[in-house]
Design a protein around this ligand. Sequence first.
Ligand SMILES: [Zn+2]
Length: 329
Amino acid sequence: MRFVIAYEGLLNVASLNLERAAEIRKMPVAFLKEDGEVEFVSEVPAISGVMLKHWHFRNLVELSREDNDSLCLFCNRLEAIRIPPRSVQDYYNTSYGGTEKELIEKCVGEDVHGFLVTEEKESLRRESCVRFSWAIGLPRFSDEYRRIMIVQHTRNISKIPLDAPEELRRLQMPYPRPYASDFYGFVSIADLSRIGISYTDNLEGIDQNTRKMRQKNTILAYGRMLQGEIGANLSRSLPASTPLTVFLAASKRGAIPAPIHPIYPSYLSESTKLIENAAELFRDELRVRIYAPYIDQSTKNHIISLLGEDPFVDDPYTGLRHIIDFLGL
Ligand SMILES: [Zn+2]
């Protein structure tokens, strides 16, 4: 079982890519224009895959807690330390177990998002079952207005007595924050079949009901990301956000590839074609759902003819529900 997603949306006035004090992430990108010509863009704003994966992790932990799934000390605190060294485990009087099977039984975080044991002579590693691209400012839009505004915020203290310690005066200060507005896109893959299976214990699995619950929550954890909860500084600059297109697909045997990244203009119909043909080649059962309120009618008709059914939904959440029903989760 595999679930894949491509998101394209407008995220206005945010500092989602602020990963360190004042460092806004930007990346050079190369992309293909509609006519096949390649263009290099020196810098577009970009939110790292690490950041996206972190927000998926947080959503997964919160959903899992609601369902009384097992969580380790750090994941339960929304801290993605997978796995702390033994001295730290001892300090907190907690234990993670020794085998991959024990580790994934004890925590959905280690199971779905992977881990690395870093003791001196011992090494045990589990690859993440979810993968994220970077969220990239779409290079097909002109960068004429693409800029980052530095805003000086100020913290004021209403009264500073003459005999107050100097530190109090220093607490009153201006501090800069960069903000940007852009169209962003990202893709992600969730290998649902790998959840709850230990690869270093002869493919032994955890309890079947827990496994299904984790597979479902892994899909649901994408839900809140669709409104821009995917980066830094959300408490003061939750993006003025709207999703433009959300492409969702799942297959039972898991043979489908990742969708084409939304930086490519025709990604919706190209992704549909690619995924439909892969499913046919591998004799895989497929379901596609697309939220795309602004798509033109001819592209829409083309996609419907490729799939032989109408995959369009009025909102992304209905699409996620159809995917979960299709997978029997
Ligand atoms: Zn954990």
